[in-house]
Design a protein around this ligand. Structure first.
Ligand code: AMP
Length: 133
């Protein structure tokens, strides 16, 4: 399957590429939730963290950490969110595994919305103890 990110990897779609090696590419997210918001994308095509092999997940996250450190340093960020979405219900819009590196600044206005569910934590814990094996 050809994805938008595969087209960026193949230079068929332009992107602001800030890092590349034989296994991953990293480029600025067009949405720039904060200054320096970057996506780390494996060159192997796999839909999400739920389908990726462990070596790919490990390498993508190693590069995400390295870039987070460098971006924080040069952009003077105070922290970072490193996250991935899996499947549309989570907010995934591009079906090609990627990790967001989002530098955080004292004065930025990025908010992650929280919601609750109707089960108590005790009910959830009891269910999981019975089913996780
Ligand atoms: P997700 O919603 O987790 O699947 O993330 C996909 C991200 O890709 C979004 O944050 C988009 O802003 C970003 N995006 C979409 N098109 C492009 C593009 N052409 N170049 C860079 N980032 C993009």
């Amino acid at each position: 399957m050809s994805t938008l990110f595969n087209r960026i990897i193949n230079r068929e779609t332009p992107a602001y590429i800030i890092y590349e090696d034989d296994k991953v590419i990293a480029f600025l997210d067009i949405g720039q939730n904060t200054k320096g918001h970057t996506l780390v994308v494996p060159k192997v095509i796999t839909e999400s963290v739920l389908t990726a092999d462990e070596d790919t997940i490990a390498y993508v996250n190693i590069i995400a950490q390295r870039l987070a450190l460098k971006l924080s340093d040069v952009l003077k960020a105070s922290g970072v969110n490193i996250l991935t979405n899996a499947n549309p219900v989570s907010g995934q819009t591009v079906p090609h595994y990627h990790v967001h590196v989002i530098p955080r600044y004292t004065e930025d206005e990025l908010k992650f919305l929280v919601s609750s569910n109707s089960d108590t934590i005790e009910e959830t814990f009891t269910f999981l103890k019975d089913h996780l094996g």
